[in-house]
Design a protein around this ligand. Sequence first.
Ligand SMILES: CC(C)(COP(=O)(O)OP(=O)(O)OC[C@H]1O[C@@H](n2cnc3c(N)ncnc32)[C@H](O)[C@@H]1OP(=O)(O)O)[C@@H](O)C(=O)NCCC(=O)NCCS
Length: 168
Amino acid sequence: MPSFVAALREGYARDTLRPETPQSIAEVAGDPAAFVAGQLAPPTSVTLPDGSQGPAVPYTVLWYVEGEEFLGSLHIRHHLNANLEKVGGHVGYAVRPSARGRGHASAILAAGLDYIRANLDLERVLLTVNAQNPASIRVIEKNGGVHTASIPHIWIPGDTALHYWIAL
Ligand SMILES: CC(C)(COP(=O)(O)OP(=O)(O)OC[C@H]1O[C@@H](n2cnc3c(N)ncnc32)[C@H](O)[C@@H]1OP(=O)(O)O)[C@@H](O)C(=O)NCCC(=O)NCCS
């Protein structure tokens, strides 16, 4: 947990569409046990990027660690809903800023795809990525992603969300 809190402080965000705030980090740092419990029993509703509440699909959060050091995370949504079909998809990931550029995201996604093959009944997964995120586009393409669509981003006006599918 100390390493996870350090990652939050250095700019790692649990939700790529919403940066952490001093308050959100203080909540985790102040009650790590409650935070871990929440990770293990995810809530059935989720705060959407516009601040409204929406139903959460079942999901799994996996941490990528080296010894005691938190390096990054992978979020797996077990199925899509109307929002996730547009932005979010099945799989999201993030690497803490100090650990970027070393191949970790590529390894995280590859390991995540193996996890999905072993644990979920999915034949293919959707990944969505902002057109202005070339590093993530590269990570997806290295993992076999096929670009199928580009749509207006539903949460960031003016931005474009690229759709990639990876066959499992
Ligand atoms: C996107 C992110 C996950 C990448 O993590 P990472 O560990 O640095 O990624 P990797 O080192 O595995 O690979 C990055 C690849 O993109 C390439 N890359 C990096 N910056 C690039 C750029 N500006 N233009 C083109 N390619 C770029 C790297 O060269 C590397 O490709 P290579 O292996 O062929 O050399 C990380 O920047 C991050 O956490 N960002 C915030 C959250 C986020 O955007 N998540 C993805 C949401 S879809």
